[in-house]
Design a protein around this ligand. Structure first.
Ligand code: FES
Length: 152
C-alpha cells in the first residue's frame, strides 16, 4: 500500500510484509519495537503498519548485531535521528563512524587472539615454553584475574 505523506509517496507495509522482506521474525519485530528501535502506526483495527524505510533500519540492526554492537547502542544512535528519517548516507556515515572505533578495537582484539594463542597469554598456567620469559613465576597474577597479555 502506498500513501502520500508530506507530498511524498510512502509505501506502508504490514508486519508480515516487513518480516518476509527483512527475514526477521514477527516476534523479533515486536521486540525491536518494544526496545524503541523501530516504530509503527496502528490501523483502526489495531494492526501495525510500517513505512517501508523500516527495512533500512532493520538491516542496520542486523549488521550491528552481527558485529556485536549492543542493541542499546543502536537504539541510542537511532534516537538521535530525526523522526521518520530515511537514514541517509550522511546519517549512516555518522552512525557507522561511531561504531567504527568499537569495531576497530574488536578487530584488534580478535587479531591478537588469532596471532597470540600459540604463545604465552599470561593466564597463569605457566605451561608453555615461553611462559618463563613472558610471565616468569606468574608475576602477572599481581594484576588480578585474566590472561593479561592477551587482554591488554
Ligand atoms: S600461557 Fe598461561 S601463563 Fe603463559
Amino acid at each position: 500500500m502506498t500513501v502520500k505523506k508530506e507530498g511524498e509517496s510512502c509505501r506502508i507495509l504490514t508486519v508480515g510484509e516487513v518480516s518476509k522482506r527483512s527475514g526477521v521474525a514477527i516476534s523479533t519485530l515486536h521486540y525491536y519495537e518494544s526496545m524503541g528501535l523501530i516504530t509503527s502506526t496502528r490501523t483502526s483495527g489495531n494492526q501495525r503498519r510500517y513505512p517501508a524505510v523500516v527495512l533500512r533500519y532493520i538491516a542496520v540492526i542486523k549488521v550491528a548485531q552481527r558485529t556485536g554492537i549492543p542493541l542499546e547502542d543502536v537504539r541510542k544512535a537511532f534516537a538521535r535521528l530525526p523522526n521518520g528519517s530515511k537514514l541517509t548516507h550522511a546519517q549512516w556515515w555518522e552512525l557507522s563512524s561511531e561504531w567504527r572505533q568499537m569495531l576497530d578495537e574488536r578487530i584488534q582484539k580478535l587479531t591478537r587472539l588469532r596471532d597470540e594463542l600459540d604463545t604465552c597469554i599470561g593466564c597463569g598456567c605457566l605451561s608453555l615454553e615461553d611462559c618463563p620469559l613472558r610471565n616468569p613465576g606468574d608475576v602477572l597474577a599481581a594484576k588480578g584475574p585474566g590472561a593479561h597479555i592477551l587482554e591488554r
